[in-house]
Design a binder for this molecule. Structure first.
Ligand SMILES: Nc1ncnc2c1ncn2[C@@H]1O[C@H](COP(=O)(O)OP(=O)(O)OP(=O)(O)O)[C@@H](O)[C@H]1O
Length: 548
């Protein structure tokens, strides 16, 4: 129209069109910026929703533990932190492109069809063939992109592992080995990237060729009509304009292939994670809390409800005594090649008693604790125990959170519940730190509220183990399972820790082989023989000393 007005020297029409364009250039930027903002906002809201859902499912019950142990999903961190973002960004972008293209397609199809229908039909046929070829090439691009995401995540993981173990590596002088491993992982990143770049080049040959070759089509079709004087110059430019619009709209898959491949790869990785988390959610069985009177009846129901090859877990009310009871418990290692560890253990842990589980390295002591905690289920027999929230399990290397010393001492209480009126007070924390012989820790750490990112790096293992005992006292739990939790302590500090538990009347189940542990327990369970050998349990006689 602009060109027609100029060529016909129609100043009035030209002026009207100029005003129209002036309005468009003022409104245009506002519309475009608002559109971009709306897209970014929608993507952010969606990402927030998906991240929240994934984090909830991942941290619910034992999903995080099972996913890691089963190895079903790798790089969960990257999937939650990055793949969700890529997915939502790309999905919103593509959705908007599809909507805009659909409107555009309808508008310009009408114009192009009116000008010259055969040109329109030829264009659709051309786009259909181009899209088909691109889809075939694209499927390889998706798997290469997926491989790239995995390789990048694996490489980053090796760097994080080195970062988390700097001291061990430095002591071993293991730099050369670490370097080799880092290079090996980054070599896979580059090898896959190189395949990806080559494949993108091949795809680009096709997509570029597709765009250029078709440009000749409108000229070939409309030039003869123009030369015969049956078409105005303006109509030619209109044809070109409409043709290119329709071409762009029907070639969406061709032009957005790279973006689509990235979106599909991210969506696939996210799908694997979501499926695994949903699976975990479904397999989560609600275990009823049994009062004393209900225990006998539940013995029948509980056994029937347990899948074959699994240890029956029954949760007892805190009032039930004995607090823990194992009935004919046999354990096998999890995974595809199960190995028999402990066989046919039956025992009861009365309230306030102290049981020590001993045995050779690898015999299955920690596995027995894992089974009591419900982390491992492979095997048979029945475990009766209080809810996990009523028992504190202390591993050999205590977990240090990223929170402050206050939050670390009160762990696993949430920071919010610590801050509540009625939560753990600073006075109580300082008193308990004193009791576990960490009286100067708060001052050294810069106060109870100082951020604790480096706490794990700064505290010795023995100090961390004493902090873990502080957690037992502060949590007020009546049952505690200790897995070599005093391995780094001197005899005096060990006695002090067990003394604290005895004073509080806490029921204790310990795992360990240190001779000094013997005196802090009243019953010993000795697991014997590799591969599920016999076991012995006996009560320690008063004043009896350790005999290996
Ligand atoms: N996730 C797992 N999958 C398969 N086997 C495992 C797994 N975890 C541990 N095991 C194996 O189970 C056996 C028992 O391990 P466990 O940690 O219970 O031994 P332990 O008696 O506590 O040994 P230690 O005194 O050396 O700590 C070991 O041979 C170990 O390699």
């Amino acid at each position: 129209m602009f060109w027609n007005a100029l060529s016909s020297r129609d100043a009035a029409k030209f002026g009207r069109l100029l005003k129209f364009y002036a309005a468009a250039v003022i409104i245009g930027p506002i519309v475009i910026v608002t559109y971009e903002w709306a897209k970014a906002r929608m993507s952010l809201l969606w990402r927030r929703f998906l991240t929240k859902r994934a984090l909830n499912a991942y941290t619910r019950k034992l999903a995080y533990y099972n996913l890691e142990n089963e190895g079903a999903v790798t790089n969960v961190d990257q999937r939650i932190a990055e793949d969700i973002r890529t997915f939502t960004d790309r999905a919103v972008n593509l959705m908007c492109i599809v909507v805009v293209s659909a409107i555009d397609l309808v508008t310009f199809s009408v114009i192009l069809f009116r000008i010259y229908p055969p040109l329109y039909v030829a264009l659709l046929a051309y786009a259909a063939v181009g899209t088909g070829v691109t889809l075939v090439l694209g499927s390889r691009l998706v798997s290469l992109r997926e491989g790239q995401l995995t390789a990048e995540a694996d490489a980053r993981f090796s760097l994080l592992r080195l970062k988390d173990n700097v001291e061990s590596v430095a002591f071993y002088g293991g730099e050369a080995t670490e370097r080799q491993e880092l290079f090996r992982r980054f070599a896979s990143v580059f090898a896959n990237a190189s395949r990806l770049v080559s494949w993108e080049r091949n795809v680009a040959y096709v997509t570029r060729g597709y765009k250029y070759v078709v440009q000749i089509l409108p000229s070939m079709v409309v030039a003869p009509v123009f030369f015969k004087g049956k078409m105005e110059l303006g109509a030619i430019s209109q044809t070109y304009f409409s043709f290119n619009h329709v071409l762009a709209d029907v070639s969406l898959i061709v032009s957005e292939l790279s973006s689509l491949a990235e979106f599909a790869a991210g969506a696939r990785r996210l799908g694997t994670l979501t499926d695994a988390l949903d699976q975990e959610g479904r397999s989560e069985s609600a275990v009823p809390v049994l009062e004393p009177a209900a225990i006998k009846a539940a013995a029948v129901d509980g056994a029937a409800a347990t899948p074959a090859g699994a240890v029956t877990q029954r949760v007892l009310a805190t009032s039930v005594d004995p607090v823990i009871r194992l009935t004919d418990v046999s354990i096998t290692t999890p995974g595809v090649r199960p190995r028999s560890l402990v066989q046919g253990v039956s025992l009861a842990v009365p309230t306030g008693s102290r049981l020590l589980i001993m045995g050779d390295s690898g015999v299955g002591k920690s596995s027995l604790l894992r089974t009591i905690a419900g982390l491992w289920t492979a095997g048979s027999g029945t475990v009766d125990r209080p809810a996990v929230s009523d028992v504190l399990f202390l591993p050999q290397r205590p977990y240090m959170t990223l929170g402050s010393l206050r939050e670390n001492a009160a762990y696993p209480a949430t920071p919010a519940s610590v801050a509540n009126p009625g939560g753990v007070t600073d006075e109580a924390i300082l008193r308990v730190l004193q009791a576990v012989n960490l009286g100067s820790l708060a001052e050294r750490a810069g106060g109870l509220g100082a951020r604790g990112e480096r706490l794990a790096g700064v505290l010795s293992l023995g100090e961390q183990q004493r902090l873990a005992f502080a957690r037992v006292v502060l949590s007020g739990r009546r049952v505690v399972c200790l897995d070599e939790s005093t391995s780094a302590l001197d005899v005096e500090n060990e006695a002090r820790m067990y003394g604290l538990l005895a004073d509080a009347g806490v029921t204790v189940v310990s795992v360990g082989n240190r001779p000094t542990l013997f005196r802090h327990h009243d019953t010993v369970l000795r697991l014997e023989g590799g591969g599920g050998g016999p076991w012995r349990r006996r009560r320690r006689r008063r004043g009896e000393r350790w005999r290996p």
